[in-house]
Design a protein around this ligand. Structure first.
Ligand SMILES: Nc1nc2c(ncn2[C@@H]2O[C@H](COP(=O)(O)OP(=O)(O)OP(=O)(O)O)[C@@H](O)[C@H]2O)c(=O)[nH]1
Ligand SMILES: [Mg+2]
Length: 178
Protein backbone atom coordinates (compact mmCIF):
# COMPACT_ATOMS: atom_id res chain seq x y z
CA UNK A 1 0.00 0.00 0.00
CA UNK A 2 1.64 3.21 -1.18
CA UNK A 3 0.56 6.42 0.51
CA UNK A 4 -0.26 9.53 -1.45
CA UNK A 5 1.47 11.94 -1.22
CA UNK A 6 4.62 9.86 -0.68
CA UNK A 7 6.27 11.23 2.48
CA UNK A 8 8.68 9.75 5.02
CA UNK A 9 7.06 7.31 7.41
CA UNK A 10 7.82 6.67 11.06
CA UNK A 11 6.53 3.45 12.61
CA UNK A 12 5.75 2.98 16.29
CA UNK A 13 6.75 -0.45 17.47
CA UNK A 14 6.93 -2.18 20.80
CA UNK A 15 5.24 -4.79 22.90
CA UNK A 16 1.55 -4.67 23.45
CA UNK A 17 0.43 -2.10 26.04
CA UNK A 18 3.82 -0.34 26.13
CA UNK A 19 2.12 2.93 25.15
CA UNK A 20 2.54 3.26 21.36
CA UNK A 21 -0.86 4.79 20.63
CA UNK A 22 -0.64 7.06 23.68
CA UNK A 23 2.79 8.35 22.67
CA UNK A 24 1.60 8.97 19.13
CA UNK A 25 -1.31 11.00 20.51
CA UNK A 26 1.02 12.97 22.78
CA UNK A 27 3.25 13.79 19.81
CA UNK A 28 0.43 15.07 17.65
CA UNK A 29 -1.40 16.69 20.57
CA UNK A 30 -4.66 14.97 19.66
CA UNK A 31 -6.34 11.77 20.62
CA UNK A 32 -6.20 10.23 17.18
CA UNK A 33 -5.04 6.72 17.96
CA UNK A 34 -7.18 4.46 20.11
CA UNK A 35 -5.64 3.50 23.44
CA UNK A 36 -6.68 1.04 26.13
CA UNK A 37 -5.60 -0.35 29.47
CA UNK A 38 -6.19 -3.80 27.96
CA UNK A 39 -3.33 -5.09 25.77
CA UNK A 40 -4.13 -5.79 22.15
CA UNK A 41 -6.04 -2.61 21.45
CA UNK A 42 -4.42 -1.75 18.13
CA UNK A 43 -5.21 -4.47 15.62
CA UNK A 44 -4.59 -2.77 12.32
CA UNK A 45 -1.95 -0.66 10.73
CA UNK A 46 -3.25 2.87 11.22
CA UNK A 47 -1.73 5.75 9.31
CA UNK A 48 -1.69 9.33 10.56
CA UNK A 49 -0.54 12.29 8.49
CA UNK A 50 1.01 14.64 11.02
CA UNK A 51 2.01 18.18 10.07
CA UNK A 52 2.07 17.46 6.39
CA UNK A 53 5.71 16.41 6.44
CA UNK A 54 5.51 12.74 7.42
CA UNK A 55 3.27 9.84 8.38
CA UNK A 56 3.07 8.00 11.66
CA UNK A 57 2.25 4.31 11.47
CA UNK A 58 0.54 2.88 14.54
CA UNK A 59 0.84 -0.88 14.75
CA UNK A 60 -0.33 -3.72 16.95
CA UNK A 61 2.11 -4.63 19.69
CA UNK A 62 4.18 -7.77 19.68
CA UNK A 63 4.15 -10.32 22.48
CA UNK A 64 0.43 -10.12 23.01
CA UNK A 65 -0.06 -13.42 24.81
CA UNK A 66 -3.81 -13.62 24.40
CA UNK A 67 -3.90 -13.21 20.65
CA UNK A 68 -4.64 -16.40 18.81
CA UNK A 69 -2.18 -18.06 16.47
CA UNK A 70 -3.69 -16.65 13.28
CA UNK A 71 -3.88 -13.19 14.76
CA UNK A 72 -0.28 -13.31 15.93
CA UNK A 73 0.73 -14.28 12.42
CA UNK A 74 -1.28 -11.36 11.03
CA UNK A 75 0.30 -8.93 13.50
CA UNK A 76 3.76 -10.20 12.64
CA UNK A 77 2.95 -9.78 8.96
CA UNK A 78 1.95 -6.16 9.50
CA UNK A 79 5.15 -5.44 11.38
CA UNK A 80 7.35 -7.12 8.79
CA UNK A 81 5.56 -5.22 6.07
CA UNK A 82 5.97 -1.90 7.91
CA UNK A 83 9.70 -2.40 8.37
CA UNK A 84 10.17 -3.02 4.66
CA UNK A 85 8.23 -0.01 3.46
CA UNK A 86 10.01 2.02 0.83
CA UNK A 87 9.48 5.36 2.58
CA UNK A 88 10.20 4.24 6.13
CA UNK A 89 12.53 6.84 7.65
CA UNK A 90 12.89 4.89 10.87
CA UNK A 91 11.08 3.61 13.91
CA UNK A 92 10.24 4.79 17.36
CA UNK A 93 10.88 1.67 19.42
CA UNK A 94 9.09 1.77 22.73
CA UNK A 95 10.26 0.11 25.90
CA UNK A 96 8.65 0.43 29.32
CA UNK A 97 11.23 2.20 31.48
CA UNK A 98 10.39 -0.01 34.46
CA UNK A 99 11.13 -3.36 32.87
CA UNK A 100 14.15 -5.12 31.40
CA UNK A 101 13.86 -5.82 27.65
CA UNK A 102 11.74 -8.93 27.09
CA UNK A 103 12.64 -11.86 24.85
CA UNK A 104 10.38 -10.30 22.21
CA UNK A 105 12.15 -6.95 22.60
CA UNK A 106 15.49 -8.67 22.05
CA UNK A 107 14.20 -10.42 18.97
CA UNK A 108 12.90 -7.07 17.70
CA UNK A 109 16.28 -5.51 18.28
CA UNK A 110 17.90 -8.23 16.16
CA UNK A 111 15.48 -7.48 13.34
CA UNK A 112 16.17 -3.75 13.58
CA UNK A 113 19.94 -4.20 13.59
CA UNK A 114 19.77 -6.63 10.69
CA UNK A 115 17.57 -4.30 8.66
CA UNK A 116 19.83 -1.35 9.50
CA UNK A 117 16.69 0.48 10.57
CA UNK A 118 17.08 3.94 12.07
CA UNK A 119 15.90 3.64 15.66
CA UNK A 120 14.85 6.05 18.35
CA UNK A 121 14.22 4.24 21.62
CA UNK A 122 11.44 5.85 23.63
CA UNK A 123 11.40 4.73 27.26
CA UNK A 124 7.72 4.99 28.16
CA UNK A 125 5.72 5.71 31.32
CA UNK A 126 8.52 7.77 32.88
CA UNK A 127 5.94 9.30 35.22
CA UNK A 128 5.73 5.98 37.05
CA UNK A 129 9.22 6.47 38.52
CA UNK A 130 10.88 9.11 40.67
CA UNK A 131 13.35 11.46 39.01
CA UNK A 132 16.31 9.55 40.50
CA UNK A 133 14.94 6.16 39.45
CA UNK A 134 14.25 7.49 35.97
CA UNK A 135 17.84 8.58 35.48
CA UNK A 136 19.17 5.29 36.78
CA UNK A 137 16.86 3.19 34.58
CA UNK A 138 17.68 5.28 31.54
CA UNK A 139 21.38 4.59 32.00
CA UNK A 140 20.81 0.89 32.66
CA UNK A 141 18.63 0.40 29.62
CA UNK A 142 20.98 2.37 27.42
CA UNK A 143 23.80 0.07 28.39
CA UNK A 144 21.72 -3.08 28.09
CA UNK A 145 20.61 -2.09 24.62
CA UNK A 146 23.95 -0.68 23.57
CA UNK A 147 22.37 2.50 22.25
CA UNK A 148 23.95 5.97 22.26
CA UNK A 149 22.54 8.72 24.47
CA UNK A 150 20.93 10.69 21.63
CA UNK A 151 18.91 7.66 20.54
CA UNK A 152 17.30 7.01 23.92
CA UNK A 153 14.61 9.36 25.21
CA UNK A 154 12.61 9.09 28.41
CA UNK A 155 8.98 9.96 27.75
CA UNK A 156 5.63 10.24 29.46
CA UNK A 157 2.44 10.50 27.47
CA UNK A 158 0.79 11.44 30.74
CA UNK A 159 2.91 14.43 31.78
CA UNK A 160 4.33 15.32 28.37
CA UNK A 161 7.85 14.77 29.61
CA UNK A 162 10.30 14.12 26.76
CA UNK A 163 7.71 14.70 24.04
CA UNK A 164 9.35 17.84 22.63
CA UNK A 165 12.73 16.10 22.66
CA UNK A 166 11.33 13.06 20.88
CA UNK A 167 9.61 15.25 18.33
CA UNK A 168 12.88 16.96 17.56
CA UNK A 169 14.64 13.62 17.17
CA UNK A 170 11.87 12.42 14.84
CA UNK A 171 12.23 15.58 12.77
CA UNK A 172 15.91 14.74 12.43
CA UNK A 173 15.06 11.20 11.36
CA UNK A 174 12.51 12.37 8.84
CA UNK A 175 14.77 14.97 7.28
CA UNK A 176 17.52 12.39 7.02
CA UNK A 177 19.86 14.17 9.41
CA UNK A 178 19.90 11.38 11.99
N1 LIG B 1 1.14 6.39 33.50
C1 LIG B 1 1.23 6.28 32.17
N2 LIG B 1 0.43 5.43 31.51
C2 LIG B 1 0.57 5.34 30.17
C3 LIG B 1 1.53 6.09 29.46
N3 LIG B 1 1.44 5.76 28.15
C4 LIG B 1 0.45 4.84 28.05
N4 LIG B 1 -0.08 4.58 29.26
C5 LIG B 1 -1.17 3.64 29.55
O1 LIG B 1 -0.81 2.34 29.12
C6 LIG B 1 -1.94 1.64 28.56
C7 LIG B 1 -1.63 1.20 27.13
O2 LIG B 1 -1.50 2.32 26.31
P1 LIG B 1 -1.64 2.23 24.71
O3 LIG B 1 -1.16 3.53 24.18
O4 LIG B 1 -3.00 1.77 24.31
O5 LIG B 1 -0.59 1.08 24.39
P2 LIG B 1 -0.25 0.38 22.97
O6 LIG B 1 1.21 0.10 22.98
O7 LIG B 1 -0.77 1.19 21.85
O8 LIG B 1 -1.06 -0.99 23.11
P3 LIG B 1 -1.54 -2.01 21.92
O9 LIG B 1 -2.24 -1.20 20.89
O10 LIG B 1 -2.45 -2.93 22.66
O11 LIG B 1 -0.32 -2.69 21.41
C8 LIG B 1 -3.11 2.63 28.68
O12 LIG B 1 -3.82 2.34 29.86
C9 LIG B 1 -2.43 3.98 28.75
O13 LIG B 1 -3.20 4.94 29.44
C10 LIG B 1 2.37 6.99 30.20
O14 LIG B 1 3.27 7.69 29.68
N5 LIG B 1 2.17 7.04 31.54
MG1 LIG C 1 -2.04 0.75 20.32
Amino acid sequence: MALDPPLPEVAFIGRSNVGKSSLLNALVGQRLAKTSATPGKTRLLNVFLTDGSHYYLDLPGYGYARAGKAERRAFRGLLTHALRREHLAGVVWLLDIRHPPSVDDRAMQDVLVEGETHVLAALTKGDKLSTAQRGARERELREELGLPEDQVIVTSAKTGDGIAELKEAIDGLVSGVA
